[in-house]
Design a protein around this ligand. Structure first.
Ligand code: ASP
Ligand code: MG
Length: 456
C-alpha cells in the first residue's frame, strides 16, 4: 500500500482536483490511501476563511457566507451535489457553530479545531465524489476521526497516540473498496473532541497513515517539485534536491523549510518508510525522495538552506558562572518552567545565548533569570540553517559559510554547529537574511556541480 497526500493547493481548483484524481487512478494497483487537505487557492482559501469567520463570530458577527460561497464554487465546478455528498450538512453545521461562538463570545483552541476541521472534511468528500463519479474509481470516504485516529488533548497542535494504530489499521483493512479517501490535519481525542495537528499538518497525517497501514511509500503531493535547495521566492536559482536523508529532511522541516510540517518525518523514521515529495502540476518531475540512507553520493556537502524568521535571542551573562557547576541546569529549569522552546545554544564561560520562537515565554523566563544574571532579549532576528550530511568529514564548510557572510556583509550574531555535523545554524538580523541566503546559495550551489534545475 501507499499513502498519497494532496496539499491544499493541489485541490485548490476544479482542474487541480481532476489532476489529483488522475494521479490516484494511476496508482490503483498500489492500493492508495488518499489524504486530503482543505482547498487552498485564490478562489477558496478554506482554512484561512474558516478561521476568519470564527474570529468575526466571536466579535458578534456570525456569517458563514464566504465559506459557503467558496465551497459551493468548488462543488459547482466539479458537478458535486452538495446535498448528496453531505457537504450541505457540514455548511449548515458550520453556520450553527458560528452562531454558538457569537452567542458565547468565546473562541477556545478546542472550538477552533472544530472550526478548522470542516475544511478537510469537505474537500475529502469532494475528491471522493469526483473519483467515483467522473473517474469510475471504487473509492470510499471516511474521516480520520471516524477511522479512529486519536491524539492527545493539545488542541491546535495535537500529537497522535500510536496505541490507536492497530484499530485504525483494522478499520482500513475492513473497507472493501479500492481506494480510501480520508482527511489530513484532523483527528480526535479518546473522549471524542476534535483536534488538529497544527497548520500544514496534513503532511504529518500522510506519514502517520503510512505508519498505520505499513505503506511501502508515502507520497506528498504539493505545488513545488520537491524539497528545494532554498526557498525559490528568496533565491530564484533554487533547484529541486533529488534525494535527502530522513535526518536532513527533519532538520530542514524543524528549521523552517515550509514544504514539510516539522513532525512529518517522525513516523517515517520510526517505520523506515521512504517519503516522496512531488509536484501535482508537474507529475513527471522526479521531485525529492527522502530515505534512511543516501543511495547517491551527494554532489555538495550542503543539501539545502532553511530560514526561520521572528527568532528571539536571549543572552544571559554573569561572572558568577565562572567555575561553578549546576549553573546550566538552573537556567534550563527556568526555561522549562516558562515553556521556552530552544532552537540553538551558544556558550562561553560567562555568557549563554539561546534562540527561541516564543517571545512572551522568553520575556517571562528573562524576568526570573534577572534574579541572578544580566539578561538581554533581542528581536528582529532570523535563524538560517545550512543542512547536509556531507558536511561530516568535509573540512571547510564552516569557513565557506563565514566567507559567504563576509562577502554579503551580513553580520553573524550567533553561530553553532552540532557535533553530528549535519547543520550549521546562524543568526542574523532579519533585514540581512535575504542577502545572507542568496550569498550562501551562491557559495554552495551556484558554482561548479549543482543539483538538477527545476523545469519550468
Ligand atoms: N488545511 C490545513 C492548513 O491550512 C492543513 C494543511 O493544509 O496541511 O493548515
Ligand atoms: Mg503544506
Amino acid at each position: 500500500m501507499i499513502t498519497m497526500k494532496f496539499g491544499g493547493t493541489s485541490v485548490g481548483t476544479p482542474e487541480s482536483v481532476r489532476a489529483v484524481c488522475r494521479l490516484v487512478k494511476g496508482e490503483l494497483d498500489r492500493r492508495p490511501v488518499v489524504i486530503v487537505s482543505a482547498h487552498n487557492s485564490p478562489q477558496v482559501r478554506m482554512t484561512d476563511t474558516l478561521i476568519a469567520a470564527a474570529k468575526a463570530a466571536k466579535e458578534g458577527r456570525p456569517d458563514a457566507g464566504k465559506v459557503i460561497e467558496a465551497q459551493l464554487w468548488m462543488c459547482e465546478g466539479l458537478g458535486v451535489d452538495p446535498v448528496a455528498t453531505g457537504i450541505r450538512r457540514y455548511l449548515d453545521r458550520f453556520s450553527q457553530l458560528l452562531s454558538g461562538i457569537a452567542m458565547i463570545g468565546e473562541l477556545t483552541p478546542r472550538t477552533m479545531d472544530v472550526v478548522m476541521s470542516f475544511g478537510e472534511r469537505m474537500s475529502a468528500r469532494v475528491v471522493n465524489d469526483v473519483l467515483r463519479r467522473e473517474f469510475g474509481v471504487d473509492s470510499e470516504y471516511r474521516s480520520s476521526i471516524t477511522l479512529g485516529l486519536r491524539t492527545d488533548h493539545n488542541f491546535g497542535s495535537a500529537r497522535p497516540d500510536p496505541r490507536c494504530y492497530p484499530a485504525v489499521a483494522k478499520q482500513i483493512a475492513d473497507i472493501g473498496s479500492q481506494v480510501l479517501v480520508t482527511t489530513g490535519f484532523i483527528a480526535s481525542t479518546d473522549d471524542g473532541q476534535t483536534t488538529t495537528l497544527g497548520r500544514g499538518g496534513s503532511d504529518f497525517s500522510a506519514t502517520i497513515f503510512g505508519a498505520i497501514v505499513g505503506a511501502e511509500e508515502v507520497q506528498i503531493w504539493t505545488d513545488v517539485s520537491g524539497v528545494m535547495t532554498a526557498d525559490p521566492r528568496i533565491v530564484p536559482a533554487a533547484a529541486s534536491i533529488p534525494e535527502l536523508t530522513f535526518t536532513e529532511a527533519s532538520e530542514l522541516a524543524w528549521y523552517g523549510a515550509k514544504v514539510l510540517h516539522p513532525a512529518t518525518m517522525t513516523p517515517a523514521i520510526e517505520h523506515d518508510i521512504p517519503v516522496r515529495v512531488k509536484n501535482t502540476a508537474l507529475p513527471d518531475h522526479p521531485g525529492t525522495v527522502i530515505v534512511k540512507r543516501a543511495t547517491e553520493k551527494a554532489t555538495s556537502a550542503v543539501k539545502s538552506l532553511a530560514v526561520m524568521k521572528d527568532i528571539h535571542m536571549v543572552t544571559i551573562s554573569t561572572e558568577r558562572m565562572f567555575g561553578t557547576h549546576g549553573f546550566m541546569s538552573k537556567i534550563f529549569d527556568i526555561f522549562n518552567r516558562h515553556h521556552v522552546d530552544i532552537h540553538m545554544i551558544a556558550t562561553s564561560e560567562v555568557t549563554i545565548s539561546v534562540t527561541t520562537p516564543n517571545k512572551e515565554n522568553a520575556e517571562a523566563a528573562a524576568e526570573d533569570l534577572r534574579a541572578f544574571a544580566n539578561v538581554v532579549v533581542e528581536d528582529g532576528l532570523s535563524l538560517i540553517s545550512v543542512v547536509g550530511e556531507g558536511m561530516k568529514g568535509t573540512p571547510g564548510t564552516a569557513a565557506r559559510v563565514t566567507k559567504a557572510m563576509g562577502a554579503c556583509q551580513a553580520n553573524i550574531r550567533m553561530i553553532s554547529q552540532g557535533a553530528s555535523e549535519i547543520n550549521i545554524a546562524l543568526v542574523v538580523k532579519t533585514g540581512e537574511a535575504k542577502q545572507a541566503i542568496a550569498a550562501l546559495h551562491a557559495e554552495f550551489f551556484e558554482s561548479g556541480a549543482e543539483p538538477e534545475k527545476e523545469s519550468a
